[in-house]
Design a protein around this ligand. Structure first.
Ligand SMILES: [Zn+2]
Length: 383
């Protein structure tokens, strides 16, 4: 057996490392129709081979346990242990998420790809990882699942859906093996069964990946919370604050941002779905309107100061960027036109070009605000 293996490896320009081999010797048991494992030493080329001691023994290969029958040893309990360890670690939420995404998922993907885990198991793994991430972010478990699988640049969490990605990886590996000049490798690839979902079947790998992404974007936008989220908004926003983690935003802010994106902030309207009674839903601060995230962020008189600060921060920041790019900038200068007074946030000039900028923080698809501001801008451009 070792000779055959050595010949095969020689063709691939590889060699056998005897120290890492394990020899298995099976002996028939007298009077019974079973086999037992013998641990008598075996010699090859004058060297003793390490022996397999029992049938439950395993070989460790790149951190993956492989049983003596050639199957990858993998269990959900192992994953549960890993997730528990991450969740109990003294880390900040975004660090935990980063740990899951960069370490745990990498290991898991590698094991699952080599294992014979079936679709239902893969689905279970996806669900467990997703649930853990939501718990880390103090998020309601009712937050849309599709959001967790959206890529980071679309404000999602960027978790893989193993049910779709693992069969795709297995198929890609098989296709690579099929085109191998070695007949043995090509032969093995024929024998690997692949159960692929209808979504990715028949597509090449890149198209399949895109199909998976599109599926989740569609799924997210069709959920009750996703519907509120403008499709254009999702594609327009570049969420640098989600990439940076705690380096850019504080841990608490990171949690809030993710809640905002999924629209699961615990406003009264969110806590009491389906309730129409105003007394239950009214704002806990001003009590004049229904407590929605729109009210808290943009309308409530109690947050007016914070709203002003946000507006000024954006205007100042924009002004600074323009100055860096060689523009002349005037901040909040009074402009008189006819009998009206205007006080735009920024007036800027560069050579013959000029622009008047007024900053507003509109909420989601509140385009009426944008339009009225545009008209105002046009009126000023004629001055
Ligand atoms: Zn209020």
């Amino acid at each position: 057996m070792v000779e055959i293996t050595e010949k095969f490896f020689a063709r691939q320009m590889l060699a056998v490392n005897l120290k890492k081999c394990k020899a298995l010797r099976l002996l028939p048991v007298k009077g019974k129709r079973t086999l037992k494992v013998s641990s008598d030493p075996m010699l090859w080329k004058g060297e003793q081979l390490p022996m397999v001691k029992s049938i439950d023994d395993f070989i460790s290969y790149l951190g993956v346990k492989v049983s003596v029958t050639g199957k990858v040893i993998w269990s959900v309990d192992q994953l549960r242990l890993w997730l528990d360890r991450v969740m109990k670690a003294p880390l900040k939420p975004d660090q935990k998420i980063k740990g899951i995404k960069e370490v745990l998922i990498g290991r898991l993907t590698y094991q699952l790809r080599l294992s014979e885990a079936r679709v239902c198991e893969l689905r279970r793994v996806t669900r467990m990882v997703r649930k853990a991430c939501k718990q880390i972010l103090h998020m309601q478990l009712g937050a849309p699942n599709a959001w967790a699988h959206l890529p980071l640049r679309k404000c999602g969490l960027g978790l893989p859906d193993f049910e779709l990605t693992i069969p795709l990886m297995r198929r890609a590996a098989c296709e690579k093996m099929k085109s191998s000049p070695d007949p043995v490798v090509a032969n093995i690839s024929e024998k690997i069964p692949i159960y692929e979902s209808g979504l990715t079947r028949g597509l090449d790998v890149r198209a399949a990946k895109r199909a998976i992404q599109d599926k989740y974007e569609q799924a997210y936008l069709s959920t009750q919370r996703g519907k509120l989220m403008n499709a254009r908004w999702i594609s327009a926003v570049k969420p640098y604050w989600l990439h940076g983690g705690t380096g850019v935003v504080k841990a608490g802010e990171y949690v809030s941002i993710n809640k905002l994106v999924t629209r699961t902030i615990e406003t009264r309207q969110f806590i009491h779905p389906g309730v129409t009674d105003f007394e239950t839903l009214k704002c806990r601060r001003c009590g004049k309107a229904v407590e929605t995230d729109l009210h808290v962020l943009n309308e409530c008189p109690f947050t007016r100061l914070a709203q002003c600060r946000r507006h000024n921060f954006i205007a100042d920041y924009l002004g600074k960027v323009l100055v860096d790019h060689g523009w002349e900038v005037w901040r909040e200068r009074l402009v008189k036109k006819d009998l009206e007074n205007f006080k735009p946030d920024l007036i800027c000039r560069k050579g013959a070009e000029g622009a008047i900028i007024d900053v507003t923080v509109p909420y989601e698809s509140n385009e009426a605000v944008l339009q009225s501001k545009e008209r105002f801008k046009e009126a000023n451009m004629q001055v």
